[in-house]
Write a protein that binds this ligand. Sequence first.
Ligand code: GRF
Length: 190
Amino acid sequence: MKKIAIFASGNGSNFQALVDASKNGELQAEVHLLICDNPNAKVIERASQSGIEAFVFMPKTFPEKSAFEEKIVEALTEKEIEFIVLAGYMRLIGHTLLSAYEGKIVNIHPSLLPAFPGKGAIEQALESGRKVTGVTVHYVDEGMDTGPIIAQKAVIITKDETLQSLEQKIHEVEHRLYPETLNKLFAKKE
Ligand code: GRF
């Protein structure tokens, strides 16, 4: 079983889906740690309710990114974390983490990348008038949602779609695609 850490900044519905999938045997990994850069995030409550330890920090209290990323690497090392799963972590990953976990960091993004990278991807897809958007799981590099794509799933945008209905459809797909894709990755021989 892979020992994973999930990084999240907000609600944490993907965190919850992965924790639930791990507990009921659908995800071949154990969630050992939450890394969170926002002390007010709902995901912290979710971690505590699931009995998962959280490393919570405030980026502003550190002089630079490498300083808090060093602390994160310490926390990950202490818990013997093998793989990092980003799930709504609203921050670019820096050199310190990328070099400590080379090829072992993935992210989920609510669009069919390379379309609509960055924030507000669901809204932008809706406003663009396109008929299809979706979800992407990709490896993380130093860019904003630019790493190699691992898996994608399309979501149809209907004529009467609202932001709320589209968000709901996207999240439902995310909650299935993420555990499914991670299982495939973890099943591969290294
Ligand atoms: C998801 O849509 C994910 O694709 C994006 O951030 C959102 C996080 O949602 N990176 P949640 O906090 O997991 O509910």
